[in-house]
Design a protein around this ligand. Sequence first.
Ligand SMILES: NC(=O)c1ccc[n+]([C@@H]2O[C@H](COP(=O)([O-])OP(=O)(O)OC[C@H]3O[C@@H](n4cnc5c(N)ncnc54)[C@H](O)[C@@H]3O)[C@@H](O)[C@H]2O)c1
Ligand SMILES: O=P(O)(O)OC[C@@H](O)[C@@H](O)[C@H](O)[C@H](O)CO
Length: 380
Amino acid sequence: MRKAVHFGAGNIGRGFIGALFSQSGYEVIFVDIADQIIDQLNEKKEYRVVLATDTKESLKIDNVSGLNNLKQEQEVIAAIKDAVYLTTAIGPSILPRIAPLIAKGLAARVEENKERLYVIACENQISATDLLKGYIMEHLDQKAQEKVLAQVSFLNSAVDRIVPIQNNEGSLDVLVEPYYEWVVETKEEIPRIEGMTIVPELAPFIERKLFTVNTGHAVIAYFGYLAGKETIDQTLADEEIYKQVKATLGETGAYLINEYRLDADVHQKYIDKIIGRFENAHLNDGVTRVGRSPLRKLGHEDRLVRPAVQAQKAGLSYTNLAKAIAAALMFDFSGDEDAVKLQAMLQKHGIDYVLQEVSGLESTNELTKEIVAQYEELKK
Ligand SMILES: NC(=O)c1ccc[n+]([C@@H]2O[C@H](COP(=O)([O-])OP(=O)(O)OC[C@H]3O[C@@H](n4cnc5c(N)ncnc54)[C@H](O)[C@@H]3O)[C@@H](O)[C@H]2O)c1
Ligand SMILES: O=P(O)(O)OC[C@@H](O)[C@@H](O)[C@H](O)[C@H](O)CO
């Protein structure tokens, strides 16, 4: 049986990427640090993906097992030697931590197995696989680097499926929305996986996804948090926030339509469909999950700052994006390590410093001035 090694047996790992591999006839070896999940994967060897619909249809996902990357290095290396695919869904900040072990696995594999291996990072981050590749290369000598580059394809991708935090302690089953899209950039023929879409140029797909689904989601999460809401669907029921989401997606939409020559009507339908997905009450998706890691989300290339910077460059409106950035700066959820760091940084150094250090925005930039003004307004 063909093998896929997938790092991160969390919500997207089990609920989306691992599930597609299993349904495509692959044996899926999940690699994670959570012993409870790994033990269950090895004991049960199957779980269910449950769709967040009225009827809660479910699919059985089998041929799965688990390895702990901190305790079973040799087993992970052996699995990489045999795999056809190596994927991740672990969070962009964790990629540097798993890179040393992946490097060891790739170095061993290219000596013994001449079949091509396909590496794909499935994270909400532009060029996540390129980043992972860079981290891996730091752990290989020149000879190993050359062999790996000759025998391994590193493919960027965009992943879209809303998978909330699961409220079923002790179960491997995952509740997911029915919609999904996995777009992979390559010009090669690669082994077929059910549900994977291949494109020669990813930029329009990942930017459209990040700056519509994730920008919209972030707006709901940060304004919802400020308004004391619990979930994404509850927040969207608030008329003012609904209007704010629409207006912000109008701004990212204008940038995307201009940049990628998209059809305006088709893009509007895409926005409407996504808002419909956010309204799915079966997901019970928390504003604190969607707003998680605000330092990452306030990054220069991420879902809020990049479209604002790009809109500004193109002479388009960015007022609503600036307001969303201001709301993200107010995310002071004590259960989120990044939010705690962000608030400490704001208190110690002030907003101009944070926008410079975290978002790469100069204090003299008109966009920065707009964010500061919106922040002062929100604080009132
Ligand atoms: N949940 C979604 O709706 C969704 C949708 C699209 C993309 N994504 C992206 O997928 C990625 C994963 O998100 P998620 O929601 O599945 O998160 P998650 O927290 O549910 O899963 C992450 C998994 O990684 C594991 N992990 C953490 N550190 C590790 C380490 N050092 N070594 C091995 N495993 C480690 C955790 O134990 C966990 O099981 C993120 O980049 C996210 O942006 C999520
Ligand atoms: O995963 P994050 O933290 O980058 O973003 C939170 C959500 O917006 C995200 O997980 C979405 O649910 C997902 O990107 C939908 O495809």
